[in-house]
Structure formats: C-alpha cells, structure tokens
Design a protein around this ligand. Structure first.
Ligand SMILES: Nc1ncnc2c1ncn2[C@@H]1O[C@H](COP(=O)(O)OP(=O)(O)O)[C@@H](O)[C@H]1O
Ligand SMILES: CSC[C@H]1O[C@H](OP(=O)(O)O)[C@H](O)[C@@H]1O
Length: 396
C-alpha cells in the first residue's frame, strides 16, 4: 500500500490545507483555490478545495487525535486514516466503480487525499428529502458481495488473507462499535442520549434478559468472527449517490469481521429512514432491502461457484449455510443499529429531524420495539419480506 510518511502531525486549517494541496501539486500553478472545511461526521476534518476557474476539486480528509463529536477528552488513534485509505484502495481493486479514487495518503499527517464527490449527494440526506435512488440497492448489494467474497477464505489465497486481516486489525475503532452499538444502549450507560419521555421504554430494554442474551451473542460474533474485510460503518451517511452512481466513503472502521455486519448496518439505516416516513412513502425503503439482499446473494453465489479457491466450496449445502447465517446475523445486527441510533451516543437525522415532538417519540418507540424484535426473532426470518411484517407488527 502506498502511504507515505513525510511530516509531523498537526491539524490542518483551511489555509494550511490549501498550502498542502499546492505543495502536493494537486492543482495547476497559480490556480485560484478556495477551501472549506465541510466535515459533518462524528470524527474527522474534511477539506474541500476547489479551483475556482475550472471548478475541479479534491478532498483532503484528516483524522484528529480525538473523536470530534466528544472532544479531546476522547483520544482516538490517528492510524484510522491509514486504515481508511488502505480500505479504499483494497475495495478499489474489486469494485473501483463504487469508491472514490485515492490520490495520496500520508500516515504522519493522518490524511487521505481523494476524489471530490460533490456531484453526488449523501444518501441519508437525499432519503430524508424523500428521494429514492433506484440503483442504490443494486450497487450496495454488489459492493458488499464482491468485497466480502474476494477478501474471504473462499475468494483469495488463504495465507494472503491472514496477512491482509493483520493489516486491518483496528482495535480502537472496533471498540467504539463494541461499546456504542453492542453494549451501552442495552445498559444504563453515560454515553446514552434520549428524550426523558422515552425513559420507561429504555429502562424496559435495560431489564430485558432475553434481549441481553441475544445482543451478547451478536457482540460475540462481532468480536470473534474474522470472516471478510468489512467497511465497518456502512450507514447511509457513508454513501454518496445519484440516480445512476453510488460511491461508498469513510471506511475507517474497516476490519475483518462477520459477513452479515455491513448488510445489517445498511438495512438498519434504511429502516431508520422508513421510520421517519408516512406509511405510504415507506415502500421504496423495503424494496431497497429486498434488492440489496437479492443482488448480494446472487453475486456472492455466482462468485462462489465460479471463482472459489477452497476445495469444500462445491460441497452441497455449504453456500446455502453461509448465506443463511449471513442473513440471520444481518437481521440481528440491524436490530442493534436501530436501537443504538435511537438511544445511544450517535443518533441519525432521519429520527432526530422529525420536528413534531410527539411524532418523533412515536417513531422512536417504534424503533425500539422493532430493534428488539429484530435481535430476538432474527432466526425466524425466512426472507426480506419479514422486515415489512415486523415493521407493521411493531407499529403499535
Ligand atoms: N470524497 C468526498 N467528496 C465530497 N465530499 C466528501 C467526501 N468525503 C467526505 N465528504 C463530506 O464530508 C462529510 C464527512 O465525511 P466522512 O468521511 O463521513 O467523515 P467522518 O469520518 O468524520 O464521519 C461527508 O458527509 C461529506 O459531506
Ligand atoms: C464517537 S463515534 C460515533 C459514531 O460515529 C461514527 O460514524 P461517522 O464516522 O460516520 O460519523 C460511527 O458510526 C460511530 O459509531
């Protein structure tokens, strides 16, 4: 991986980002450059630098030595920038059409210089505006199927896979997910954040032994199953989209984990958007869940049958077993994500943006019932149509 180490770390400012872009020769000599810090995520700085004449831009993303959303009291490794640029390059070797081009990265400065995707829109924003994006699920299904297959023990040399997995050991970022997705929301923890009116509903979750057992099994999978290279945070805020193009960004949580995790996060964020919509406007979200799974299963199965490097791949029943477990796990992981985005530290604009408080509380209570049953009843799911059924059953 071509990540260079040149300078001493310091957080960039807009003028310093411009100087860096000039020093790196990213623009023609004398180009009139404008720069804005546009980061709206929880962790990093993102500088958008544009040549005002040609309108061509680049993105310089820089990790801070702490989690931006909390501040310096939450130190966080700068190594996540290397993980992010290496993950983008690894994904690009399988699905270049679905990730931004990485032009340059520097480990000491914790920066990734990449393609400017401003022509597209962040999927979460567009979905909140009611857009539907007909190709989103086909593209994400293919992205997940190809990256999962080609980084698995069935799609690559098994010794090389172990080395690749080593290079993506990502303990600090995984710990964030272990805590914020799988643990804190299920207990009375200081990171949780919810409206006072939800307290009785939340306390019921904290007392729910059955839920705890199933959440614990899912967390154990996340901790122990080094199956495929995951994006690790595949929510709709990590996807740029238009009517015909899809690009996945922000894989700083990448690591080797259970195959169903990315699918589960994506399903959950579609469900969170559905929770913010009226009944008549929800169908496109469920259609996206159907299509994501169908495309994933079909592309993954085709690769398994035609390109597998593992002798046992042809064993009748094995592929079906892998797909079945990926699906069940995805349902459970989706449940954890729905719950944590409702009462945990990091919320989503889909729910928090519901202006009328009573409506917001109705949607959030629905989210908690839905998340709980996704976790507990994941094994009785026979297909993606069960998301519709459970969504309707948990409405009241
Ligand atoms: N390649 C890109 N092109 C254009 N805008 C980008 C690009 N990458 C990130 N952004 C902008 O910066 C925001 C935060 O980026 P993200 O990678 O999600 O940061 P964080 O890691 O802090 O969550 C995105 O929501 C998007 O608006
Ligand atoms: C303290 S990190 C909280 C939350 O933020 C990350 O998302 P993003 O980088 O896209 O803002 C991730 O989902 C973490 O769980």
């Amino acid at each position: 991986m071509t990540t260079v180490q040149t300078s001493v770390y310091e957080p960039l400012t807009e003028p310093k980002a411009v100087s860096l872009a000039v020093r790196l020769g990213l623009f023609r000599d004398g180009a009139p450059l404008a720069c804005r810090e546009i980061g709206d995520g929880n962790l990093n700085l993102v500088f958008h630098i544009v040549d005002q004449e040609t309108k061509q831009g680049v993105i310089i993303k820089q990790a801070l030595p702490y989690a931006k959303v909390v501040g310096e009291s939450w130190p966080l490794t700068l190594k996540r920038a290397v993980i992010e640029s290496n993950a983008l390059r690894t994904f690009a070797s399988y699905v270049p059409q679905y990730v931004p081009k990485v032009y340059y990265s520097d480990e000491s400065l914790a920066i990734t210089v990449m393609e400017d995707l401003s022509r597209l829109q962040i999927a979460r924003k567009g979905l909140i505006e009611g857009k539907t994006y007909p190709l989103l699920s086909q593209h994400i299904g293919e992205f997940v199927a190809k990256t999962a297959f080609y980084t698995s023990d069935f799609g690559m040399n098994q010794q090389e896979k172990k080395k690749l997995a080593q290079s993506f050991v990502n303990p600090e970022l995984c710990k964030i997910t272990e805590d914020l997705v799988f643990t804190d929301p299920f207990f009375d923890h200081e990171t949780n954040n919810f409206e006072d009116e939800l307290r009785p509903d939340v306390e019921a979750l904290w007392r729910d032994d059955r839920l705890h057992l199933e959440a614990a099994k899912l967390k154990r999978k996340f901790l122990t199953e080094a199956d495929v290279l995951l994006h690790g945070d595949l929510h709709t805020g990590s996807i740029f989209v238009s009517a015909d193009e899809t690009k996945v960004i922000d894989p700083e949580f990448a690591f080797y984990g259970p195959i169903g995790f990315d699918l589960g996060q994506f399903f959950a964020n579609l469900l969170l958007n559905a929770l913010s919509r009226s009944e008549l406007e929800r169908q496109p979200l469920f259609d996206h869940i159907d299509r994501t799974w169908d495309v994933f299963a079909s592309v993954f199965s085709n690769l398994w049958r035609t390109e597998s490097v593992e002798t046992y791949a042809a064993t009748p029943g094995l592929l079906e077993d892998v797909l079945r477990h990926a699906f069940i796990d995805a349902v459970g992981f989706a449940g954890c994500e729905v719950i944590r985005r409702t009462i945990g530290l990091a919320h989503v604009a889909d729910l928090d943006g519901i202006e009328h408080k009573d409506e917001r509380l109705v949607a959030k209570r629905h989210a908690l019932r839905l998340g709980r049953r996704l976790i507990i009843e994941r094994r009785v799911f026979t297909g993606t149509e069960d998301f519709r059924r459970l969504f309707a059953e948990t409405e009241q």
